[in-house]
Design a binder for this molecule. Structure first.
Ligand SMILES: [Zn+2]
Length: 334
């Protein structure tokens, strides 16, 4: 289903048209947020390059089947290490492989996933391959932000931007794939920012909506007495003394979308939390636009300062003390 979905991407359309016309470049850079489908697009492109069928990629020829079984010897990958980095050794080994003639086709494809993690010496090593590629070689870099790549790398590749999908398209996708989520589909479409992988993550995360309900409830009470501060901190930490990065990232996104929506309610515009419109407006009615904006700043600053060595529950409590002050108009900011 994802591959049907991704065919709407203009970037992929360009790659497939290059295959069709035979004007395939030696280097492409696909840019877009995590979950937008860069890897899927690159794999479809690689399959199309090797496909012997009519409509490329056909999915049925031997080459396509080898790709799908991940046994085609002429496409290979560099994956980032656990910390996200790609070291020079990985690039050197891949370059060596690229310079060996293709075994089953007339083109060899190297896909570098998480190219943002290429350390500088690795990028310099890659540059040599970019400058003098074998005539049968194509390198595809997948990047969340091409500013992470050296200008010399950026300038030598064909840059293609993977664009977010429209809310309507994500909503239709969610309703088809997850029929039980029909009443949440508008929210998921807005919250995902048009990134299909993010929409899938939310729909398949069994704990997401429960966590969201408890956070929204806790934050909405911050307009009341000070006892609401500890309750809000508890809703985020849930007994955690140490930073659990993934859990915190989810909490952060939920908090920012709620507080951001409160600010939108004050100024007009489209909200994300459409399934909680009434409670959102009730919350927004109790605060000022400046208070909502200050609370967004507080949460954003806390996110920037967090690191695993900190006393997580204290940090979060402090964040909600500041938020409480922001929402009550005691903020020191102008
Ligand atoms: Zn095929």
């Amino acid at each position: 289903m994802e591959s049907n979905f991704i065919t709407g991407q203009r970037a992929l359309g360009r790659l497939l048209s290059d295959v069709k016309t035979g004007a395939v470049s030696h280097a492409y850079i696909l840019e877009g947020p995590k979950g937008i489908g860069k890897r899927t697009a690159a794999e479809i492109f690689a399959r199309a390059l090797h496909c012997t069928g009519e409509e490329k990629p056909c999915g049925r020829c031997l080459a396509c089947r080898r790709h799908l079984a991940r046994t085609h010897p002429d496409v290979f990958f560099i994956e980032p290490e656990e910390n996200g980095n790609i070291k020079i050794d990985a690039v050197r080994a891949a370059a060596e492989e690229l310079y060996m003639r293709p075994r089953l086709s007339d083109r060899k494809i190297l896909i570098i996933d998480g190219a943002d993690g290429l350390v500088e010496p690795a990028q310099n090593a890659l540059l040599k391959t970019f400058e003098e590629p074998p005539d049968y070689g194509t390198v595809v870099l997948l990047s969340e932000n091409i500013q992470n790549l050296l200008p010399t790398i950026r300038s030598r590749g064909v840059k293609l931007l993977m664009e977010p999908f429209t809310g309507d398209k994500i909503r239709a996708f969610v309703e088809k794939k997850y029929p039980h989520m029909r009443d949440k589909s508008s929210f998921v479409a807005g919250y995902s920012g048009g990134v299909v992988g993010r929409a899938i993550d939310i729909c398949e995360d069994e704990e997401f909506f429960g966590l969201r309900e408890s956070l929204i409830d806790a934050v909405s009470r911050l307009t009341g007495g000070k006892d609401s501060i500890l309750a809000a901190a508890d809703a985020v930490c849930g007994g955690r003394k140490k930073l659990d990065a993934e859990h915190w990232r989810t909490c952060l996104d939920i908090l920012l979308s709620w507080l951001g929506d409160a600010a939108v309610c004050k100024q007009g515009g489209r909200i994300v939390n459409t399934d909680h419109g009434d409670s959102l407006r009730a919350f927004a009615a109790k605060i000022t636009a400046a208070g909502a904006a200050a609370a967004v700043d507080t949460v954003t600053e806390t996110a920037r300062g967090l690191n695993p060595s900190m006393k997580y529950d204290l940090w979060i409590t402090n964040m909600f003390i500041k938020c409480w002050r922001d929402l009550h108009g005691y903020s020191s900011r102008s």
